[in-house]
Design a protein around this ligand. Structure first.
Ligand SMILES: Cc1cc2nc3c(=O)[nH]c(=O)nc-3n(C[C@H](O)[C@H](O)[C@H](O)COP(=O)(O)O)c2cc1C
Length: 192
């Protein structure tokens, strides 16, 4: 017989990100963040490779990265809007956890499965932050994919890349729900 956890199910059926722009301080302190990171690291991981790690960005680091993003946008010749968006994502964030995908050499586990695991860690971190009462949002943007930015500003190694910037803070407004997928359209039932 299944042993239901209705509270957990209710959370999963109603969970909703809070847009990063609407987050403010206070952000979780270290003691409050640790259980969220532990929950995130408790994610499916084929072969126990741990193909991910965290970088916690507090306000000083975020200000530095905001400046660096502006400089990098100019070097890349990006338009004002792209530069401003990347700058604001760091400058306005109360706290950001970078989930870094770390590809491990494995004769058995394909790289794609390690990527999936890193994505699972991002969602687990998001959900743990939301379940702890914080507002949270998983963002990427061009900075997530720019090699030079990742290596110079975040210290990424060649086998590493950003899986997600997880912004966490206090919500100022709850957004309306977004349209959710039509289950009939995305589900093929092979059960008869
Ligand atoms: C890998 C990934 C990157 C994302 N990057 C962005 C982004 O840069 N900007 C943005 O507005 N939303 C981005 N999103 C979407 C939001 O994180 C989120 O999916 C959306 O706000 C709805 O979230 P919810 O289903 O938790 O309510 C991204 C989602 C994923 C999975």
């Amino acid at each position: 017989m299944p042993s239901p956890n209705p509270q957990a199910m209710d959370f999963l059926l109603t969970r909703r990100s809070r847009p990063a722009k609407t987050l403010t301080t206070p952000a979780p302190d270290r003691d409050q963040l640790v259980p969220i990171l532990i929950a995130a690291a408790r994610s499916p991981d084929h072969g126990k490779l741990e193909p991910w790690r965290f970088i916690v960005l507090g306000r000083t680091a975020l200000e530095r990265l905001a400046l660096a993003a502006t400089g990098r946008a100019a070097a890349l010749g990006l338009d004002e809007d792209q530069a401003a968006k990347a700058r604001a994502a760091f400058a306005d964030s109360p706290l950001c956890v970078v989930v870094v995908e770390v590809q491990k050499d494995s004769p058995k586990i394909p790289p794609l499965e390690q990527t999936y695991s890193a994505g699972a860690v991002c969602l687990a971190l998001l959900n743990a932050a939301l379940a702890s009462g914080w507002g949270a949002n998983w963002l990427s943007g061009w900075v997530a994919h720019d090699r030079a930015f990742g290596e110079q500003q975040l210290g990424l190694a060649p086998q590493e890349r950003v899986a997600g910037f997880l912004h966490i803070g206090t919500e100022t407004s709850a957004p309306p729900d977004r349209p959710r997928p039509d289950l009939d359209r995305i589900t093929t039932w092979m059960d008869t």
